[in-house]
Design a protein around this ligand. Structure first.
Ligand code: HEM
Length: 173
């Protein structure tokens, strides 16, 4: 169990331009405790409904059918990255899943401010849909989001652009 207060206290560490990011993949127990495929889908749909109301809504498709596709793909990605069934596999077309996910974001000018809004929106979705998950399990899932999201930031306050490098060795077992 986790309280909304504990969830809203999950930390957001600042991104440092060009810094190598190490991260640990989310644990399978998060996938199990959230409620498998159905639970993950519910969480991610709630997340994207909140994204629609957020300051980063403009990054996402305004067309409902296109937005639905993002919701579907996003749910599948999180199911797979948490160790569930490999339902996202073919999207990456043979590319390493982490590398692929970083490169998907290269098409958008993502700033630290946008990342903080994204993570803040995810905290809201978790507070609404994941209080039945053990807080330590949630912390492990959050560690992944907090770290991995740094790799999606490519646009900096000084106007410069920097696309994250990635190597398989950046994953901490
Ligand atoms: C832990 C960090 C993140 C993960 C795991 C993640 C995951 C994903 C996934 C799975 C997709 C769908 C890819 C597909 O089409 O198959 C996606 C798309 C996208 N994400 Fe992220 N994301 C993260 C952080 C962010 C952040 C910080 C932003 C900031 C704005 C962002 C903006 C977007 C946008 C704009 C799209 C594309 C929507 C479109 O297709 O038009 N993401 N992300």
């Amino acid at each position: 169990m986790a309280t909304p207060k504990e969830i809203f206290a999950l930390p957001i560490d600042p991104v440092i331009k060009g810094e190598r990011v190490h991260f640990t993949l989310p644990p399978a127990r998060f996938y199990e405790e959230i409620g498998g495929e159905e639970g993950m889908r519910e969480l991610m749909y709630a997340f994207y409904d909140k994204i629609y109301e957020s300051e980063i809504a403009h990054f996402f498709p305004q067309d409902e059918a296109e937005f639905e596709q993002v919701k579907i793909k996003n749910s599948r990605f999180f199911i797979q990255i948490c160790g569930g069934p490999k339902v996202y596999e073919e999207e990456a077309q043979g590319m390493d899943l982490n590398e692929y996910m970083i490169r998907v974001h290269d098409d958008f000018s993502i700033t630290e401010k946008a990342r903080v809004e994204w993570l803040g929106t995810m905290r809201e979705a978790l507070a609404a849909k994941a209080t039945h998950v053990d807080i330590e399990t949630l912390r492990a899932f959050w560690d992944y989001l907090n770290s991995f999201s740094k790799l999606t930031v490519n646009s900096f306050a000084d106007g410069s652009v920097c696309y994250a490098a990635y190597e398989a060795g950046d994953i901490v077992p």
